[in-house]
Design a protein around this ligand. Sequence first.
Ligand SMILES: *Cc1c(COP(=O)(O)O)cnc(C)c1O
Length: 379
Amino acid sequence: MKKRLFTPGPTPIPETVMLKMAEPIIHHRNPEFNEVLTRVNKNLKYLFQTEQPVLTLTCSGTGGVESTFVSLFSPGDTIISVNGGKFGERWVKMPKAFGMNVVEIKTQWGKAPTADQILTALKANPAAKAVYLVHSETSTGTATDVKSMAKLIRENSSALVCVDGITAIGAHEMRFDEWGIDVCVTGSQKGLMIPPGLAFVAVSQRAVAMMESSKMPKFYFDLRKAVKSHADNDTPFTPAVSLIIGVDAALEMIRVEGIENVWKRHERLATALRAGVVGLGLKLFSDSPSFAVTPVWVPDGVAWKAFNKVLKGEIGITIAGGQDDYKDKIFRVSHLGYYDELDMIAFVGALERTLSTVGYKFTVGSGLAATQNAFLTMK
Ligand SMILES: *Cc1c(COP(=O)(O)O)cnc(C)c1O
């Protein structure tokens, strides 16, 4: 059985990347590694569309976001944080753990925050130092219009625009400089197609300036150290050398494909997958679909556990289930990173097999036809 991963992190790793990571390790304080990191730093700027530093930290995505709270703010500072799912919820809990005052904008799962909600929170909290947004909320497969929100925040306040781009980077358009973003974080095991263990944090001049007045206790996650080392294409501590060698190869693939083509590919895959799901008579979960992950309601009369047992045990496909209130109610299919059109056709084919095994009534081929037609008719 060929095992296939359709989860929103970890995501599949290209063969060329795996081979690079299997090479004998090199030392991080020598010219050979400096050359790799110099190239990685340059290509990360391309990925985020920025001239600002993109810092590489050895930790998961959550550590990357933590580094922004401890490096930019002080206990007692107010921030606004949008909570529309598991990750937004984390960016409410985390700053509270650091003694910050958090104004929470709660949205229903599957819905993106509105301009009105952001504006109201900004007006009511003129001292807010930042607004945290989740670009692609992985628990709900919901995308936020970061470009418009950043414009709104910039025009109505001096708050920093901070973005959890962990499943958005590589899937959704991100123009860090042009859109006026101050902080954007991603993780290695998502759109970057390498194993878990690295976080990438882009920081604007405004964000770097704010680090000077931060009074939060910190050491490993002090971004001032990372910014300083970054200028010499170095890192303050021992980095995950093999992962950086892997991301070098992955970023090269992104550069060759072209970042705009990478975004477009994700949009195409997401659109065709949604067409297939709807073609089978299933219902989509999100009002504002992410291009990284597609959540779908488990149809009436089908038990998630039985469904997943067939999909995983008999077909070899791993997907993600729902979380919290949506546990056993939705399933989530990822198309983030190393995926192509035939992967979507394979997935919809597998979905048809699984649904028919668990007794869901539909016309075999209806999902596949819808997916194929979507690909054939999309520009
Ligand atoms: C995966 C994910 C995170 C957490 O990243 P870890 O690498 O698991 O720490 C945060 N935000 C979003 C949107 C994610 O998808």
